[in-house]
Design a binder for this molecule. Sequence first.
Ligand code: E4P
Length: 213
Amino acid sequence: MKLFLDTASLEDIRKYCALGVIKGVTTNPTLIARENGDFHAIIREIASVTDGPINAEVLAEDWEGMVREGEELAAVHPRVVVKIPMTAEGLRAVSTLAPRGVKTNMTLVFSAAQALLAANAGASYVAPFVGRVDDIGYDGIAVIRDIAAVLSDGDFETQIVAASVRSPLHVVEAAKAGAHIATVPPKVIAQMIPHPLTEAGLKRFMDDWKKRV
Ligand code: E4P
């Protein structure tokens, strides 16, 4: 399972891409709104840091606006993936953009039924929101498992991007449940790095090295 970074912060994108573990970046209107600067300029800067796909979301809620914005975003950089919300208008926009060669990520997906619709519309990616499902007392990882099962017949090339990831455990469980990608906030990537036994082991190696004769 590949790891994407779920942020629009260039500082964090530079920091974690330098580790060589980040294969793409996802943004959403909330994440872009936290940054200063023009939307398209931010996407271009992200593209200059990562070699992978850069997800940028449309703001329109009608089909015509989504298609127009989707084409504009796709023209910003060849690696842009256009995020489109899971609505009837959004499905229509995905099925319009896909034959035009625009890669799309159907976002705000909370069920296998929605994921099936997105795949049939031609979405390149589908993004179930694990944490937000957990927040309302259901099992977000079970949604990933269901989506992986219903898309496993090989009819579609739609990739599952586990989104709304809140912990290292979410990342591991998403991989076990069949996600192709997890998009992970910088804070969670940072939490995935250390382990008390790694720290203790390193200290012991260094202490033993200093004692050598
Ligand atoms: C992807 O970019 C999603 O929009 C994001 O993972 C949502 O995360 P949140 O539920 O923590 O806002």
